[in-house]
Design a protein around this ligand. Sequence first.
Ligand code: ZN
Length: 237
Amino acid sequence: MTPTSLNRKALILFSGGQDSASCLAWALTRFEHVETVGYAYGQRHAIELECRETLRRKISQLLPDGVRKLGDDHTIDLASLGTLSETSLTRETEISLNENGLPSTFVPGRNLIFLTYAAALAYRRGIKHIVTGVCETDYSGYPDCRDDTIKALQVALNLGMEQRFVLHTPLMWLDKAQTWRLCDEIGGARLVEIIRRDSHSCYKGDRTHKHDWGYGCGNCPACQLRAEGWRRYQESL
Ligand code: ZN
């Protein structure tokens, strides 16, 4: 593989949530070939995974050359992660704050594991750029979403695999309102509408209750963050 073609391929960590859907749109405007990867780890909100194909189809059809650029979708089974961690994302327990101040939705090391698997996949697929929607501006306090964590992991992956991967975090310094604005800049009101309707953030996997910001239970931390971001975005218009 030539360096030129290597530089134009990206792999997106794509859960089907608002952030990863925004990252897919972002990547389709910057790279020539874009693949997606999702993880099944026994999450209660596995409905996210079902939203993925709808989002891939609609977003790629909307953006210039999107259909041509969009490559394979990969799903990796990480059921062992769900059995290792007793959290509110993988068990039917209340979502609350733990003694250490982290929400009970925290799956220890989840993003480290996701990115490491993504890098192994990217290695095999000849892909240099890895894109993840982690964010430390407007987040749930997960330490593995922090900029320093991602930068340290990039170094570790490149040393450990003898590669020059670049981990991209286009949402790192954006709050949720700014993420909606980014989507408006990329694909206008139509992209905002696709992500509002078809992406899924609710930790409880609720797609029966419809709100102005999308579907969800309306009460879990992910719904509250999304509702608040949408409200601030609407106020800024
Ligand atoms: Zn919810």
